[in-house]
Design a binder for this molecule. Structure first.
Ligand code: MN
Length: 248
């Protein structure tokens, strides 16, 4: 199983969650919400060859944690993965829009400078402005839009910018989510849980628990689940290889 956006450090028992994901052989992108959470979260993945830890600064925390951007830059040299970063245009965060934009601009400039990063992006109610930021910053690396919920027009714009997408069970349970997934190029899609925030019937998804997303993709794509799984593994291989070669 591939879980390209999961908050391992935010489960009640992170060790147990990781143990279960590792036992299942899942590939996990372990995203973080603040630079100060990065090292401790990366330590959880020590010795786990299928877990990668991403360096993040969540847009909902941008106004509280922008002071950690220097730390972000220092840590960016140690990982090829960035996330969770992005913009959130929810009403309750609207007063912090300016600082969100500044924080994301800083992060994207840093990504351009180091090159070869894979970026897991949050775009809730802010798909258009996130895409504007991506297009104005140039070679930021490879953006992976997580749980995309923008419009079909914005989705086409994202595809034009070379974005990838990580989709999870909640997205595939909704008709609107499935319509968006149907528009995504199949070779730019990965699965995710967004656990423990992503849920299935109110129960937090466990790391790597993407089987409902696989059956959803199988339905949307009209492909048997084993072919969907093989395609996603091939996608992951290609994505990682794309930044490996840029890194040399
Ligand atoms: Mn998340």
């Amino acid at each position: 199983m591939i879980d390209f956006h999961c908050h391992l450090d935010l489960y009640p028992d992170p060790e147990a969650a990781i143990e279960a994901a590792a036992a299942a052989g899942s590939y996990v992108l372990s995203v973080t919400n603040t630079p100060s959470a990065f090292l401790g979260t990366a330590r959880l993945a020590l010795g786990r060859s299928r877990i990668r830890t991403a360096l993040g600064l969540h847009p909902a925390l941008a106004h509280k944690r922008w002071g950690e951007l220097d730390r972000f830059d220092a840590l960016l040299k140690t990982t090829r993965y960035v996330g969770e970063v992005g913009l959130d245009g929810s009403v309750e965060l609207r007063e912090h829009q300016a600082v969100q934009l500044e924080v994301l601009a800083h992060i994207l400039r840093s990504c351009v400078r180091v090159g070869g990063r894979i970026i897991s992006l949050h775009t809730r109610r802010a798909a258009g402005s996130t895409l504007d930021m991506l297009s104005s910053h140039g070679e930021v690396g490879i953006p992976v839009l997580h749980w995309f919920s923008g419009s079909a027009t914005e989705l086409r714009q994202a595809i034009g910018l070379g974005c990838w997408f990580s989709v999870g069970p909640p997205m595939l349970h909704s008709g609107r989510g499935r319509d968006l997934v149907a528009l995504m190029p199949r070779d730019c899609v990965l699965t995710e849980t967004d656990g423990p925030f992503g849920t299935d019937r109110r129960r937090p998804l466990q790391p790597g628990e993407v089987s409902a997303a696989l059956s959803g993709l199988s339905m949307v794509w009209g492909e048997p689940e084993d072919e969907v799984s093989a395609r996603l593994r091939e996608n992951l291989r290609r994505l990682v290889q794309a930044v490996d070669t840029k890194d040399s």
